[in-house]
Design a protein around this ligand. Sequence first.
Ligand SMILES: Nc1ncnc2c1ncn2[C@@H]1O[C@H](COP(=O)(O)OP(=O)(O)OP(=O)(O)O)[C@@H](O)[C@H]1O
Length: 258
Amino acid sequence: MEPILTARGLVKRYGRVTALDQADFDLYPGEILAVIGDNGAGKSSLIKAISGAIVPDEGEIRLEGQPVHFTNPMQARDAGIETVYQNLALSPALSIADNMFLGREIRKQGPMGSLFRMLDRKKMEKIARDKLSELGLMTIQNINQAVETLSGGQRQGVAVARAAAFGSKVVIMDEPTAALGVKESRRVLELILDVRSRGLPIVLISHNMPHVFEVADRIHVHRLGKRLCVINPKEYSMSDAVALMTGAKEPPKELVAA
Ligand SMILES: Nc1ncnc2c1ncn2[C@@H]1O[C@H](COP(=O)(O)OP(=O)(O)OP(=O)(O)O)[C@@H](O)[C@H]1O
């Protein structure tokens, strides 16, 4: 099976700091790939490079085998890569439906839309409702409810539903459970599994080892700006993973990607 998204030799420098130092990355169709690493290891920089938020100084990114050169997040979104950022990037005062379509509003057909830029609210609300119910999020009663009235977990649900609705190829989630309570985290983990069951591969960046070990198919361990190794969570323990991440333990040779 060919990877859907790959990166080879990514380098990103910030002055004298090398955030990415020849980093490689592979995501396979239909999998949940967790990316773990110590603070400052370069996880966010890696994710930003593949989601168009930063432009790497060197290296190559391929989506479905074709080289891509994203210079902003919209280009990555247009190519089918959706990212749920840690800070969510939802607009609290706007409704659920408006948030789902933020930056890609549907206009009315004909001159009302093209000339007067009128939004097709009915259509957007219907799609938003359908997407939320597909993911079992219909406990949210009113699609016109402002996002600020939702709980943290429900907000995360809206962000995940948005990514799943529009991410046609890859969904990236940066610490989706970091700010959530136990019950809400559980719901978001279920959502992640739902998204995978719909065939979309997911990149999950998380410091939460129990969450990572619960849902990941493979774990990419990032250290000192590069991929150290990829481990199978069924063959390694959480303490092994932490030891690899922090440098307390070196990976077996066969695990170090060529
Ligand atoms: N915009 C920036 N300007 C300067 N240095 C930066 C910038 N972004 C990241 N860095 C540095 O690059 C290195 C890697 O940072 P990055 O945020 O990618 O790591 P991380 O693994 O995501 O860390 P954390 O788990 O703490 O979020 C760090 O030393 C960080 O200080």
